[in-house]
Every structure is written in C-alpha cells, then in structure tokens.
Design a protein around this ligand. Structure first.
Ligand SMILES: [Zn+2]
Length: 320
C-alpha cells in the first residue's frame, strides 16, 4: 500500500508530492513579537498576499509541494497555509514541533522537565497528528525538533525523545534544525538510540556544516541531510559556492539519494517591519531554480541527479 502524506488540505498519495522544497517558512515570528503588538503584530492580509505571490512563482518553477517548518512556538499558522494552498493549488505540509532552546519559547515545557514533560510533549504531538491542530482539523505531516549550537540541551532532548515515540507508532517523518550545522551526528545518534527509523529522518541545515567528515559521519546513520539554506550567503553561514562543493562531493561519494534541498526563507516576518533580519539578495524561494540548479548543471551534474534531490529523496522520507 502506498504511503499517505498529510498536507494542510488533507491526505495525498506520496506519489503526488512531486518537486518539493523541504524547509521553508510562509510565516515566522521570533518569540516575543507578540508583545510588540502595538507597533508590530501580524497582518493576515499581507501574509496571505505574500504567500500567494510566492506560490505562483514556485508553480512556474514546477514546485508542487512545500514543507513549512515553522514550529508551534514560532507562529505556525495552519489556517493561513490552508488558504494559500486552496487558492494557489500549491501543496503545503506543516509540522508539529518546537524550536531550539535559544530560539523558541522554552519556559512553558521547561517547567515540566523531570515532571512528565516528555509525556506532555508526546501527548501534544499525538493529539495534533490524530485530531488536528487546535480544532482546525489540519494534520501536520512532519514533526520538527531542534538543537542548539554544539549542544542538545535537556529541554531539547525531551522533544527528540517524544518525537521518536510518536514515530514508532505512526511512521511520521522527523525533520530537524541544527544550529549552524552542529550536532548532526549527535542528533542522529539520539534519534536512532531511541528507536527512530533513519529512513524517515531529515537532519536539517547540514549545508551550514563545512566539515565533509562530519557530513559523512551523519550520513552513516542512514538519515537524509537537508541542504536547505541555499541563498543564505554570509550572515554567519557558508556561501553557496561552499554548499555546492559539499553537495557535489557527497553526490560523488554515492550519497545522491539522501540529500534534499531548500532555502529556509521566511515569506512573512511577524512583528515590526523594521526588525533586524537577514538581508541577502539571493535568499528567496526560487533562488535554487533561478541560479543554483543551472550552475550545478554546469559542473556536470545531470538532470536526473538533480531531480532526485527535489523529488524521489523527499518521497522516500515519507514512504520509508
Ligand atoms: Zn527554518
């Protein structure tokens, strides 16, 4: 039986995923933006218009599906995604999950650590996956977990463990955030030691890691790596040149079936327009198709080698 995938509009067959971006954000808010509601806040009309505009551009590039990786504590907005998807025809998969300790909203679940917190997180994941998110009926297609730079904190470990417990019952894919591409092997080790299936795991932002040995070490666990920050040049991240070098190297080593691509762009930032955020010309949601794919072809990669990164490799995350 073919695997089914939960999009914000309901279940689809895994074969209908098509060309997929594995990690983007239609909306995103740094926790605390809610408090700046007088000057900032959230303009739904603007967020919808921006989302629809980008959806049209993506469709022209042949993209059929986007995984929105915005976590529960960073302003995840399933009803907005649903409207974007209904009006544009772009398939959107949302997640259930929490961000890393320094970037999310830790006080709430941190109070429960050692007092049933992991169980409480498990219950939240299961409720959303079973009944939908907060009465919307929208079911997340992936679980997102995250760790800090050079450490997976106890708070973060509780989410990893709860996610694996859910995956063992439901087969739901787990996607991760690594901070600056650190802790890739440690994330894989933790997930697998809890009993996760590496076929259903994307270790994210690993294109931020410039140590090829570390990338290979992570791949040895059988997981897929997210090369999912293309275009985010400078600002503490490697350049696209370096990302491409790692990507081509890993494909050359035979890992072309376990790499997926995306940009990690944010279409609408919740909060004040003037807030500091990365301003990089190449960081937009069709950059891969406008610039990266053509230059990968110039290096000698074939259409087939490139297409699997967007298509088959994502499909395998869901189908196992
Ligand atoms: Zn992201």
């Amino acid at each position: 039986m073919a695997a089914l995938v939960n999009t914000v509009l309901g279940k689809i067959n895994v074969d209908s995923l098509g060309k997929t971006l594995c990690h983007e954000h239609f909306v995103y808010g740094c926790p605390g933006f809610e408090g700046d509601c007088t000057l900032g806040g959230y303009n739904r009309d603007k967020a919808l218009a921006s989302g629809l505009e980008i959806a049209e551009k993506l469709k022209k590039c042949g993209v059929k599906t986007v995984i929105d990786a915005t976590t529960n504590d960073n302003g995840r907005n399933p009803l907005l995604y649903k409207e974007i998807s209904e009006k544009s025809g772009l398939q959107i998969i949302c997640c259930t999950g929490y961000y890393f300790e320094g970037g999310g909203s830790p006080p709430y679940f941190r109070r429960w650590l050692g007092k049933g917190g992991e169980e409480a997180i498990y219950e939240m994941f299961m409720a959303e996956i079973t009944d939908g998110i907060a009465g919307t009926g929208i079911i997340p297609g992936v679980i997102k977990v995250a760790s800090s730079k050079n450490i997976i904190t106890d708070y973060e470990k509780a989410f990893f463990k709860a996610a694996v417990k859910v995956q063992k019952e439901t087969d739901i894919p787990i996607i991760t955030h690594t901070q600056n591409g650190t802790m890739g092997p440690e994330q894989a080790e933790l997930l697998l030691s809890e009993g996760a299936n590496p076929a259903h795991i994307i270790i994210g932002h690993m294109c931020a890691c410039t140590d090829i040995a570390e990338l290979v070490k992570t791949l040895k666990y059988g997981v897929t790596l997210g090369f999912d920050q293309f275009g985010l040049d400078g600002v503490g991240a490697p350049t696209d040149e370096v990302r491409k070098a790692s990507l081509i190297g890993l494909i050359g080593l035979g890992y072309g079936n376990r790499l997926v691509l995306s940009h990690d762009t944010v279409i609408y930032w919740m909060g004040r327009d003037s807030q500091p955020k990365p301003s990089v010309k190449t960081w937009y949601m069709t950059h891969l198709f406008d610039n990266v794919v053509p230059s990968l072809k110039n290096t000698g990669l074939t259409d087939q080698q490139i297409n699997v990164l967007f298509d088959d490799n994502v499909k395998h995350i869901f189908a196992g």
